[in-house]
Design a protein around this ligand. Structure first.
Ligand code: UDP
Length: 358
């Protein structure tokens, strides 16, 4: 098989790493990086740490409105596909790069395989939901993490194309936790490029979604909560939030919050494994908190992964300091035998199904 894989954003590099490792030597894979995330610490670091091959194409498309970005991507991906003539186009998750890759392929009659299909929040007001719905409906193969996503797709008459394979993020998580990480040598830098000292006890915060970054208020509330906790908080700041996070911390003297540049995947997973609890609005990190057996408070209005909303292991909350503190103070019940996301061999399963369906 000749497969063109479209990637462009941080979580897609992490997912693609697992697939690229498994497909190497078995089939030809050509990586196309749209350029949606381009800073060294939002892109290059993942290629280095996770041994992802250098993309054959880097389209350098980022910024602008959703429509402009997506439209430009479709045109440029189409040119690559006309030249490469692959058997499959593989896309991951729910970004503009995902939808653009799928649209460019389907218009050329090339089969699309969508990994992490079937996730539904139930509202098109979430920009990623639009990408999910469109991509699922034009894909030939839909690889879903669990039976719940299969049920979502069956409701949209997409059951026949759907395969339950586990969560490919879990493949990457296991790859990472099984490798040693030396805190002393980890490059976690603040915004003056100085390495931070990781406290013995800390909370791990990430926040970047449009719903929490449109204005100062949500982040300020999150910081107010974190600043009242019994330990410091480490927050690797997404570029979207850098100006606001630095300004809010200095204006309000939030002394317990350690702002850092975005970290690599190894660093993120090891920060997660060493932390007390997680506060996030990231779809990926809330799942990883579950894998790591860490209590998570997700500052977001909708459930992304119903599987992890058990035993208070993940609790939703609004961007309100009092609510965040209340949810963080709850006791969590962990049932270690409950693990719905597969066995860490999702990438291999995807390849086998693609081989059968070719
Ligand atoms: N992550 C990372 N560095 C960071 C923050 C997060 O590597 O500075 C990882 C995190 O462990 C998870 C993924 O990035 O695997 C989540 O990506 P993101 O939050 O950008 O996207 P989402 O999951 O919301 O789609």
């Amino acid at each position: 098989m000749k497969i063109v894989t479209i990637i462009g954003a941080r979580p897609q590099f992490i997912k693609a790493a697992a697939f690229s490792r498994a497909v190497k030597g078995r089939h030809e894979e050509i990586l196309v990086h749209t350029g949606q995330h381009f800073d060294a610490n939002m892109s290059d670091v993942f290629f280095e740490e996770l041994n992802i091959p250098k993309p054959e194409y880097n389209l350098g498309i980022s910024g602008g409105t959703h429509g402009k970005m997506t439209g430009t991507m479709i045109g440029e991906i189409e040119e690559v596909l006309l030249k490469e003539k692959p058997d499959w186009v593989l896309v991951y998750g729910d970004t503009n790069s995902t939808m653009a890759g799928a649209l460019a392929a389907v218009k050329l009659g090339i089969a699309v395989a969508h990994v992490e299909a079937g996730v539904r929040l139930g509202t098109l007001s979430n920009p990623e939901e639009v990408n999910r719905v469109v991509t699922d409906h034009i894909s030939r193969l839909l690889f879903v993490p669990t039976v719940l996503e299969k049920e979502n797709l069956e409701k949209e008459n997409l059951g026949k194309e759907t395969f339950v394979v586990g969560n490919i993020m879990y493949d990457s998580y296991l790859y990472c936790v099984n490798r040693a990480w030396d805190k002393k040598h980890a490059e976690i830098l603040d915004f003056t490029n100085q390495p931070i000292k990781i406290p013995d006890r800390y909370y791990y915060l990430t926040c970047h979604r449009q719903e929490n970054t449109y204005d100062d208020e949500p982040l300020k509330e999150i910081f107010m909560a974190m600043n009242q906790l019994d330990a410091q908080t480490i927050y690797p700041v997404h570029p979207r939030n850098q100006e606001r996070a630095c300004r809010l911390c200095s204006e309000n003297q939030f002394k317990k919050i350690i702002l850092t540049q975005p970290v690599g995947y190894m660093e993120s997973i090891h920060l997660l494994n060493g932390c007390e609890k997680v506060v996030t609005d990231s779809g990926g990190l809330q799942c990883e908190a579950f894998y790591a057996g860490k209590q998570c408070v997700t500052v977001f209005g909708r459930v992304v992964w119903p599987q992890i909303m058990v035993g208070k292991r993940n609790q939703l909350c609004g961007p309100k300091a009092s609510e965040i503190l209340e949810k963080l103070s709850c006791t969590q019940e962990i049932d270690a035998s409950y693990h719905p996301f597969g066995d860490g061999h999702t990438a291999e399963k995807i390849i086998e199904i693609m081989e059968e369906q070719s």
